[in-house]
Design a protein around this ligand. Structure first.
Ligand SMILES: NC(=O)c1ccc[n+]([C@@H]2O[C@H](COP(=O)([O-])OP(=O)(O)OC[C@H]3O[C@@H](n4cnc5c(N)ncnc54)[C@H](OP(=O)(O)O)[C@@H]3O)[C@@H](O)[C@H]2O)c1
Length: 280
């Protein structure tokens, strides 16, 4: 059983990635993101997930510095945005992200969305960054099984992580099984369905039984399914609450009840339809 925020999953290249972290999508650049990142790290979080398109990498970097925890204890992720896909443009985008963050390496760099025509070229740039020792792990986001199958035909290095929308209304069983078979760690975005799952009666009933909140039950379900999770909050009390999930275990019966909520329903875009930023 996982026992603390320090617990990690070992990626297929041996890098240790925390099971739990803070997401900062829609968190405003400036004091809002600085304070959220600082609150998370000072309360024991080791992992922060940002992206170039969130336009808050500078504040994330400042929050990291102000928290005063040694860089090597942290796990920082960013993502190359759709309009920067392509070999040279991805190499450049990586440098821009590092500069904004004020860091000299990332722990994980992801292709944000697959698009249709450029992800293999983009992947080559990530492989180059990895081989040059500029980034500790590389991966993808929003890749379905067909995207992964296609990428794996030509990839020299298998993605270490696939970050996708994942919550009890979108349980992604086939994708999870595929990633597990291939040794690709699945990571959940919008694990709380952006707050929409917190009043679900099945979840609130289970939460009451364990003396936990609905958010804690959902995040624990992620961990027990061996999925890394990165809930977002800008409120320190919730940041603390969300991480307090290492002192209980959902029974198999309750895990199955939550599985039963699946309706293959997304809150974000379908990766096959995401076209923002792509020119293809
Ligand atoms: N790769 C991708 O394409 C992609 C897409 C979307 C997201 N992501 C990543 O995944 C992270 C998480 O996803 P998300 O931000 O979309 O949504 P989420 O984590 O599912 O939900 C965040 C929402 O839930 C609220 N919340 C958080 N904890 C709560 C609690 N304990 N009780 C009640 N409400 C709570 C937050 O409000 P407050 O802030 O007011 O507390 C916010 O409105 C993002 O921040 C981002 O890093 C990646």
């Amino acid at each position: 059983m996982l026992t603390s925020l320090k617990d990690t999953t070992t990626l297929h290249n041996g890098v240790e990635m925390p099971w739990f972290g803070l997401g900062v999508f829609k968190v405003k650049e400036g004091s809002e993101v600085i304070e959220s990142v600082k609150a998370a790290i000072t309360n024991g979080y080791k992992s922060i997930d940002t992206a170039a398109i969130y336009q808050n990498e500078e504040g994330v970097g400042q929050g990291i510095r102000e928290a005063g925890v040694p860089r090597e204890e942290l796990f920082i992720t960013s993502k190359v945005w759709n309009s920067d896909q392509g070999y040279e443009s991805t190499l450049k985008a990586y440098e821009t992200s590092l500069k904004k963050l004020g860091l000299d390496y990332l722990d994980l760099y992801l292709i944000h969305w697959p698009g249709k025509t450029k992800y293999k070229e983009t992947w080559k740039a990530l492989e180059k960054l990895y081989k040059d020792g500029r980034v500790r792990a590389i991966g993808v986001s929003n890749f379905k099984v067909h995207h992964l199958e296609d990428l794996l035909k030509d990839a020299e290095i298998k993605p270490m992580v696939n970050q996708v929308e994942y919550h009890p209304h979108l349980a992604q069983k086939e994708l999870l099984a595929f990633c597990q078979k291939e040794g690709i760690q699945l990571e959940a975005w919008s694990p709380l369905k952006q707050g929409q799952l917190l009043n679900d009666p099945v979840i609130t009933e289970i939460a009451a039984k364990y003396g936990k909140s609905a958010a804690q039950v959902i995040l624990r379900w992620d961990l027990q399914n061996k999925v890394v999770t990165i809930p977002k909050s800008i409120k320190e009390q919730r940041i603390i609450e969300n991480a307090n999930i290492f002192d209980f275990e959902l029974s198999l019966e309750d895990m199955e009840k939550i599985d039963g909520l699946n309706k293959d329903e997304r809150v974000g875009s379908d990766p096959d339809e995401m076209s923002v930023g792509f020119t293809e």
